[in-house]
Design a protein around this ligand. Sequence first.
Ligand code: AMP
Ligand code: ZN
Length: 492
Amino acid sequence: MSLFQDQPLKIYNSISKNKELFTPVTAGNVGMYVCGPTVYSNVHLGNVRTFMSFDMVFRYLQHLDYKVRYVRNITDAGHMEDDADEGEDKIAKKARVEKIEPMEVVQRYTVDFHTILTKMNNLPPSIEPTATGHIIEQIEIIKDILEKGLAYEVNGSVYFDVLKYNEDKIYGVLSGRKIEDAIHNTRVLDGQSEKKNPQDFALWKKASPQHIMRWPSPWGIGFPGWHLECTAMSTKYLGEKFDIHGGGMDLKFPHHECEIAQAEVCNGQNPVNYWMHANMLTMNGQKMSKSTGNNILPGEIFTGENTILSKPFSPTVVRFFMMQAHYRSILDFSSEALEASEKGYNKLMEAIKVLKNISVGASSSFDVAAWKQMCYDAMNDDFNTPILIAQLFEAVKQINLLKEGKATLIQEDLDLFTNTLHAFVFDVLGLVSEATEQEGNKLESVVNMLINMRKQARDNKDWAMSDQIRDELKAMGIQLKDGKGETTFIVE
Ligand code: AMP
Ligand code: ZN
């Protein structure tokens, strides 16, 4: 029996604005799509919060024994500087300013994104497709929308006809915006815009001669609109109807509204059963954002090289800080909040260590099964991590009583208690024990020292010593890899 059969999960659906019982399209399987980063700059901590929220969702679904296909894209083309499809492509602009290839920009910031997410113990998605890798799929969708009469071509660009769509369907089902308000909230149609109506959005944009990211299409040389890539990649890998679509709150409109409209035209349905939106990380009460400069980079937090925090904080403490807030609540970042999180995290880790040495009692003085269910109840209630953490601190209290001999557990309960605590702390919340991290750092230093000694041996043509170091490390499960000019290692 799979755990999900015992643990009914409710998810807040942004489209119905209700918590709904989660029932996947295919029993036992979950298809989840999350809008990934636009890789034109280093990810700031606000971006990371959204990805970490969905990492927690991914982890919990897997913990419940669901087989999850998690698709998170990389936006490497098509994201314009403003939502009205005007301005420059963000990546093309960076490439122009830095005088490098757009794909160098993409590579640099994709690596940064992966490095930061890995440091913060986010699991990699099952598929990480790129917009530029799916130009053909996007062109096919545009052709389909044109054929169905819901888009029009002007001077090498193609726009989605929002007003026409709104005659039969509702543009605004997700965000609740009225079409008239959308007019107000979109840039006033200036004389130069070629759109029929200001709320129309670009499916394909003609590339000016100086635009460096360009592809051939039936409408001439150009590039795809931002909203289109997510429709192309989500439906390609998850089907026309899939379970969960996530992203930050700020993507509800226009991005996700446009995704719904595109899929409605192509496949006759809203592509998603559960729309999930993560709330914003703020600093000094303002949304963290690249453009306003009100942001901090994760690397600056880990090294302490910043003017905001009293000291450096480790990736796992920052993760704990994020998990202490519900993903749909605003979370304000500050030195004081991180210091408090660090104290809480240390208390939790200390208790987990103490638990290892607790002896078995003749009877159980508290109900471990009931506590375990309360942990599940918290997570089943729309992934309520702050309530889960409150339950984990209940466990800390019990551990201290056990240590003082004021509480006891029989073997079976002690095992259940330990396993449940570990599952929620390490598997579901994705925290790591800093001791392990420190031990890992020590191991790295020791192996690097041996690599240097082996290099000296080789320089002295002492092949016997060089081989001995390599072979003995291998016997311990540490494999050396000789590359060009440097030796690295992997722990098998
Ligand atoms: P972008 O790279 O701008 O496309 O953004 C990547 C993701 O980060 C999107 O899901 C945004 O909604 C999210 N995001 C941007 N700013 C914040 C913030 N201050 N707090 C939480 N998520 C954010
Ligand atoms: Zn998207």
